[in-house]
Design a protein around this ligand. Structure first.
Ligand SMILES: [Zn+2]
Length: 567
């Protein structure tokens, strides 16, 4: 700040003390604001010589950024921004690297497993039962008795009726075995695993969930939907705080290395009060929004869990919103017996989306809407199939329609079944759709003609956000959002994908005033990247890493590639 400007400010201060006419004061203030940078105090941190993708349509590209405290104070060319540096300003030369608004993973599940649990890695991408069985047997032979063995399995194994509790018991009864489908909506357990989580033959199904049984009433090992949540919660509960903290810390450090500055966490495995406690203790380096994702009991949904938690329990932590599963996932068919849709691969993914059974009835959907209004609590809904989407749209239309709902940003997570006839209704009700691009690749090989729309949503003016709901790597997700392997015509441009992952995700959490673009006044949440994701060959996108990740004006990850200096 120049001496002349300091003089003007002192003079104004004097005038204010003398209770000067406010209108005159306002005019004088306007006059000193005219030179764009004159009013700006010196920055704490400047980044220059970069290629800034701001996400701000008024000024999409720039070279440099100035930060003071937790916010951005200026965006411009390198000379303009260097002029804002004072004697104490930290300076980072970006050497031409790309900088983007910090990525905001709109749909993630922070999870914790007992520290001695072992993930059984499988060699082929889509193994059959024989390969899995041999891998489990080998792992069991090499690990101490009592160890929990986990394996992620595809629909091919899940739908193979030979794979059940008895088959897993034949491999080992000295170890707990939990097979998880990639989607997290179904599992197959062996007998020791049931014992470990305290679920016995007499267990009663929780509402919206199922412990599958054979004709004699015995548990088959197959666990569905809200019953899977029960298993996940009990495994997380059996993990002590020290191990849990270490696991979360590791995950958040990974996020920072990818330039993720916000995660919206669906708190299903970890009870939200415990999540708050653990994340406050670490403390979290990035912003986390904890979304309640309560379990169900045989008598109904737990509408109270996490309700009394403070909205801002720690500096980068927020608690907001409640999420419910309205259905399962295509190709796993919610509660339908395994194998009853053998022809699904012939009928294709589109048909499996059209037929997907719901977890709750229409009365329950209206109850969720009622609770959202009563508690002023954002509502997030897992909606993968057409029937659940259509039923929820009807429930919203019958409880006030657009006048009540359009401003409440009800979220449809996944939205695979938003077929063309539903799109105008989704638009009218102000629904935000959160897509998860890895799902385009993970659920089998079928292409789709209408399911999993994405570009069609943007074309209709529906707000779109992106979240991983799986592998956290945002550049893998951006690559898949662009290529959309199931339906390439629904792929986004790279800019659209980045915008959905930043501003779109911020909008999906009512935070677009503070986050999602690089512009003065917003939080200084951003990432300098190792390569230009707008021009690098698409298959190389997943190798992208952050060189520098900044949250609330603080460097929380530094790959030590860019030099920092003070003048
Ligand atoms: Zn999810």
């Amino acid at each position: 700040m120049g001496q002349a400007q300091v003089g003007v400010l002192l003079y104004l201060h004097q005038l204010a003390i003398e209770k000067m006419n406010k209108r005159v004061l306002f005019i004088l203030l306007l006059a000193v604001q005219l030179p764009a940078t004159a009013e700006t105090p010196s920055a704490d941190l400047i980044l220059f010589n970069g290629k800034v993708f701001t996400g701000n349509s008024a000024r999409p590209h720039a070279e440099a950024i100035a930060i003071r405290g937790e916010r951005i104070i200026a965006v411009g060319n390198s000379d303009e921004i260097r002029a804002l540096a004072g004697p104490a300003t930290k300076r980072v030369d970006m050497h031409g690297h790309l900088v983007i608004p910090g990525l905001n993973d709109a749909h993630y599940h922070l999870s914790i497993y007992p520290a001695d649990a072992i993930n059984v890695e499988l060699k082929s991408p889509d193994p059959g039962w024989e390969e899995l069985r041999d891998a489990l047997a080998a792992k069991a032979a090499a690990t101490p008795v009592g160890t929990l063995l986990l394996a992620d399995v595809s629909a091919a194994i899940f739908n193979d009726s030979r794979v059940d509790r008895a088959a897993l018991d034949q491999v080992t009864t000295d170890h707990s075995v939990v097979l998880r489908t990639f989607t997290g909506h179904s599992e197959i357990l062996n007998t020791p695993a049931f014992l470990k989580v305290g679920i016995g033959e007499n267990a009663i199904d929780p509402k919206g969930g199922r412990f599958e049984r054979d004709a004699t009433g015995r548990l088959t090992g197959v666990v569905r939907e809200y019953a899977v949540l029960q298993v996940a919660r009990r495994l997380a509960d059996s993990t002590n705080d020290t191990d849990a903290q270490r696991e979360l810390q590791h995950k958040l450090a990974q996020a920072a290395e990818w330039g993720i500055t916000s995660i919206q966490d669906m708190s299903n495995a970890i009870e939200p009060g415990r999540a708050v406690r653990l994340l406050s203790k670490i403390p979290t380096p990035i912003r986390i929004r904890i979304i309640r994702m309560p379990p169900t009991t045989p008598s109904g949904r737990d509408t109270q869990e996490g309700r009394s938690l403070p909205a801002h329990p720690a500096p980068l932590l927020r608690v907001s919103g409640t999420k419910w599963f309205l259905d399962g996932v295509p190709l796993e068919f919610t509660f339908d017996p395994r194998g009853s849709h053998k022809d699904s691969s012939d009928k294709g993914f589109d048909e499996s989306v059209r037929d997907l059974p719901m977890t709750f009835d229409a009365v329950e959907l209206k109850a969720m809407l009622h609770e959202s209004r009563k508690f002023h609590d954002p509502l997030l809904l897992h909606v993968a199939g057409y029937p659940a989407a259509a039923a929820m749209l009807t429930a919203m239309e019958e409880t006030g329609g657009a006048p009540v709902w359009a401003s409440r940003r009800v979220r449809f997570e996944h939205g695979d079944g938003l077929l063309p006839d539903l799109i105008p209704r989704v638009k009218a009700l102000g629904i935000v759709v959160v897509q998860n691009p890895t799902h385009f690749a993970a659920l089998g090989e079928q292409v789709t003609k209408v399911a999993q729309p994405m570009k069609a949503l943007l074309d209709a003016g529906i707000p779109l956000a992106l979240g991983s709901d799986g592998p956290l790597n945002p550049y893998l997700n951006i690559m898949l959002a662009v290529t959309h392997p199931r339906q390439p015509a629904e792929g986004l441009t790279r800019e659209q994908a980045v915008m959905a992952y930043t501003l779109g995700s911020a909008y999906a959490e009512f935070a677009e005033r503070d986050k999602g673009t690089i512009e003065p006044g917003k939080f200084a949440d951003l990432a300098v990247l190792s390569q230009d994701i707008f021009t690098a060959p698409l298959p190389e996108l997943p190798t992208t890493r952050a060189l520098l990740t900044i949250v609330a004006g603080k460097i929380i990850y530094d790959a030590k590639v860019l030099s920092q200096a003070r003048p």
